[in-house]
Unconditional design. Structure first.
Length: 223
């Protein structure tokens, strides 16, 4: 039989062996445990396919256009020369006070005397002098009957005829713009012409110049 000392020694050896085995098992198990893999942080996913109603759309600022600069008004063309003479265009509005009507007149630098379109010319005597009564007719325009004394009779030869005609010459007031003067008119049928009145040199000589590149330079005169 084992004595107490021997039994204690065996028990101690067994205990130490068990402790040693347990430590090796723990170390082995600890070596077998894998370390967790490093995980990258999860980035938040932005859903760009949101509804248009929830999407914030920036409002573009309105384009500010500079205000257009007003174009300078053209300076009015002169109606008189520096010397104070009137400027007449190729055509002008004329007013005959005795008739109280406006007419378009051609200002003709090649004509010596003026002429007016007259129809229904009838000669008669008054106080022993020659008078004529007539109407101013031209296209859709017609005046009342006018009676004026005959200043003289002018002989006019037509280009297509060798015979000359006698035409009455009368005087009447004529106004263009501010200019008013009395002038001679030969009465002739001008219904086939463009204008009912021709103003010759005897009307505007020394008081006006003619610019054939312009029309209606002078304003309509006030009645």
């Amino acid at each position: 039989m084992l004595n107490k000392k021997t039994l204690f020694a065996l028990t101690l050896c067994v205990g130490l062996a068990a402790c040693s085995t347990t430590q090796e098992v723990e170390e082995t198990e600890s070596n077998q445990i894998e370390k967790p893999a490093e995980v990258e942080p999860v980035k938040p996913v932005v859903d760009e396919s949101t509804d248009d109603e929830n999407k914030v759309v920036p409002i573009p600022e309105p384009e500010v256009k500079p205000e257009p600069k007003p174009e300078p008004k053209p300076e009015p063309l002169p109606t008189k020369t520096e010397e104070g003479k009137y400027i007449f265009g190729q055509e002008e509005w004329v007013f005959i006070p005795g008739i109280s009507k406006y007419f378009v007149a051609k200002v003709d630098t090649g004509a010596t005397t003026s002429s007016i379109s007259a129809t229904d010319i009838v000669k008669f005597e008054r106080d022993g002098k020659d008078w004529v009564k007539f109407k101013i007719n031209h296209k859709e325009m017609s005046s009342d009957e006018i009676s004026l004394p005959v200043l003289r009779w002018a002989k006019v030869k037509q280009s297509n005829s060798e015979e000359s005609q006698k035409r009455p010459v009368v005087t009447s007031w004529v106004q263009i713009g501010e200019f008013k003067d009395k002038t001679e008119f030969t009465l002739a049928d001008r219904t086939h012409m463009k204008t009912p009145v021709i103003l010759g040199q005897s009307f505007f000589r020394d008081v006006a110049i003619v610019d054939i590149s312009r029309k209606y330079v002078q304003p309509k005169s006030k009645k």
